[in-house]
Write a protein that binds this ligand. Structure first.
Ligand code: NAP
Length: 253
C-alpha cells in the first residue's frame, strides 16, 4: 500500500508488553501505526524499531483517561499519519486488593484507564472511521472478566469492555466498522511480573504454577495476542463483529 491507501492504526499502552507486540504485528501487516502511551519517550523506542524496518510510525504521549489529551492525540495522528481507522484499546493498569481493603482510588484508577479510556479513544476515532466507511476496533478484555480473587475492580472493568465492545459492534456496523474483544489469559509482561512481585512469589515459581493451569502447557506472549488482533483487523474480517476471543491456551486460563 502507498501512503494514501495505507491504513492507520492507533495502539494504546503500546510502549511495552502486549501493546508493543501488537504494534509490531500491525506494522508487519502493512499499517502505519501510532504508538500511544503515557510516556512519549518510551513510545519513541518502539517507533524507532518499526522505522528501522521500513515502517511508518509515530510516538504519541497521551493519558487515555483525559478527554482533552485524547482529542489532541487523535487529531495529531490524523494530521501526521492519516485518519486512524484501526484502534486497539490496550492501555491498562492493575490496582489489585481484596474488596474489604480496596480503596475508592484503586477502583476509580482502574475504571478510568480501561473503560473511560476505551470510551474516549473509541469516540474520537469513530469520527474518522465513519467518514472513511471502514473501521476496526479491538478492545483488550481478560480472562479476569470471569472473576478473579483480589481483582474486583479489574474484573468489573474487563467484563465492562465486553459489553462496550458488543454495543459498538451494534451501533457502528452500518459504517463498515467492526468491534471485537480479545480476552488474554496469562501473558508474560511487566504486568504479570508485577503481580508475582506483589504476591511475594518468585517469578519462576509463579510462571511455572500458572503454566500448569494452561492446556497448551506454556504461558502466552505478546505475539500470541498480536496474532488475534491482526485477524480482527483484516480487510476481509468485516463480517466478524461483537465477538470476544479468549486467547488463553485453552477455553480459559
Ligand atoms: P503492561 O506491560 O503493564 O503495559 C500497559 C501499558 O499501558 C504501559 O505501557 C502503561 O504505561 C500503559 N498505560 C497505563 N495507563 C495508561 C494511560 N492512562 N494512558 C495511556 N497508557 C497507559 O501491560 P500488558 O500486560 O501489556 O497488558 C496490556 C493489556 O492487556 C491491558 O489492558 C491488560 O489489562 C490486558 N491483559 C493483560 C494480561 C497479561 O497477562 N499480561 C492478561 C489479560 C489482559 P506506564 O507503564 O507508563 O504505566
Amino acid at each position: 500500500m502507498n501512503d494514501s491507501t495505507q491504513r492507520v492504526a492507533i495502539v494504546t499502552g503500546a510502549a511495552r508488553g502486549i501493546g508493543a507486540g501488537v504494534v509490531a504485528r500491525l506494522a508487519q501487516d502493512g499499517m502505519a501505526v501510532a504508538v500511544l502511551d503515557l510516556d512519549e519517550a518510551a513510545c519513541q523506542k518502539v517507533v524507532d524499531t518499526i522505522t528501522a524496518d521500513g515502517g511508518r510510525a509515530l510516538a504519541v504521549g497521551c493519558d487515555v483517561s483525559d478527554p482533552d489529551k485524547v482529542e489532541a492525540a487523535v487529531a495529531r495522528v490524523a494530521d501526521e499519519l492519516g485518519p486512524p481507522v484501526v484502534l486497539i484499546n490496550n492501555a491498562g493498569i492493575i490496582r489489585d486488593n481484596m474488596l474489604f481493603k480496596m480503596t475508592v482510588e484503586e477502583w476509580d484508577a482502574v475504571m478510568n484507564v480501561h473503560l473511560r479510556g476505551a470510551f474516549l479513544m473509541s469516540k474520537a476515532c469513530q469520527a474518522h472511521m465513519t467518514q472513511v466507511g471502514f473501521g476496526r476496533i479491538v478492545n483488550l478484555s481478560s480472562t479476569s472478566a470471569l472473576g478473579n480473587r483480589g481483582q474486583a475492580n479489574y474484573a468489573a472493568a474487563k467484563a465492562g469492555m465486553q459489553g462496550f465492545t458488543k454495543t459498538l459492534a451494534i451501533e457502528l456496523g452500518k459504517f463498515g466498522i467492526t468491534a471485537n474483544a480479545i480476552a488474554p489469559g496469562f501473558i508474560e509482561t511487566e504486568m504479570t511480573h508485577a503481580t508475582a512481585e506483589r504476591m511475594g512469589i518468585a517469578w519462576e515459581d509463579f510462571a511455572k504454577y500458572m503454566t500448569t493451569q494452561i492446556p497448551v502447557g506454556r504461558s502466552g506472549t505478546p505475539a500470541d495476542i498480536a496474532a488475534a488482533a491482526s485477524f480482527f483487523c483484516r480487510e476481509d474480517a468485516g463480517f466478524v463483529s461483537g465477538q470476544v476471543m479468549y486467547v488463553a491456551g485453552g477455553p480459559k486460563a
